[in-house]
Design a protein. Structure first.
Length: 70
């Protein structure tokens, strides 16, 4: 059975990706003109990356592959 925590992390990743896709509607100049767009993109990239790291760590633990290297 899949862990509820794993399902939550995948949902968090998908939500961050959805928000990032919304930012693609802006042209480069329009995007860069508002610092909130840049901050939002940075934060959602961070959230997506951390979620994927958590999923990877879960898979490593589930498969008993030892401690992941950092």
């Amino acid at each position: 059975m899949v862990s509820p925590g794993l399902i939550r992390r995948i949902a968090i990743f998908k939500e961050a990706l959805r928000k990032l896709r919304k930012l693609t509607k802006y042209e480069k100049y329009e995007f860069m003109r508002d610092f909130r767009n840049i901050d939002s993109a940075e934060r959602n990239l961070e959230i997506a990356i951390h979620s994927l790291i958590d999923v990877g760590n879960y898979i490593i633990a589930y498969l008993k592959l030892g401690t992941p290297l950092r």
